[in-house]
Ligand binder design. Structure first.
Ligand code: BEZ
Length: 164
């Protein structure tokens, strides 16, 4: 079983920071979670987050209940980033400011040479009822190829067909 740890993350609701537990958020749902190295960093800002935003409605139509982005940034930075990019409000932004979630799932890396400290690897994850169904990690965190929203949608379709 690849069950996820129950960790506290922060999200902005109606302009107020709110704590959410991953155990509650991911329970009894099909969830697509994207781990990104950082708000406002080039690939995340110009490519990965906007493409997730463009595709979120399609994913929700295809039976995904929740699409979320997490990064090791604080909730205020995540919120400012979502506003700057005008990300769809259908995406749930999960601030992992202390890095507890990224660390607990083995997705933390050290970007000291860039002055960024501890960051989340770039990954895409499909979670069903709190259990990881699929995890794809980008070998080069400055790229968003195998972790793209299109790659994820294809993989989910393939996996669902193979389970029929
Ligand atoms: C990027 O998204 O392009 C990026 C992320 C972390 C460090 C450097 C670049």
């Amino acid at each position: 079983m690849n069950s996820l740890p129950n960790v506290k993350l922060m999200t902005m609701r109606d302009g107020k920071p709110c704590a959410v537990q991953t155990g509650d958020l991911f329970a009894n749902k099909s969830v697509v979670l994207f781990g990104l190295p950082g708000a406002f960093t080039p690939t995340c800002h110009y490519q990965h987050a906007p493409s997730i935003s463009d595709d979120v409605e399609n994913m929700l139509k295809e039976g995904v209940d929740l699409v979320a982005i997490t990064a090791v940034n604080d909730v205020y930075v995540m919120d400012a980033w979502a506003n700057e990019l005008e990300l769809s409000d259908k995406i749930v932004l999960l601030a992992d400011g202390n890095g507890d979630f990224a660390r607990s799932i083995g997705m933390m890396f050290l970007a000291r040479e860039l002055g960024l400290g501890e960051r989340s690897r770039r990954y895409s994850m499909w979670i069903k009822d709190g259990i990881i169904q699929m995890l794809t990690v980008e070998p080069d965190f400055t790229l968003a190829d195998v972790t793209s929203v299109h790659a994820m949608a294809q993989l989910i379709k393939t996996l669902q067909k193979s389970r029929l």
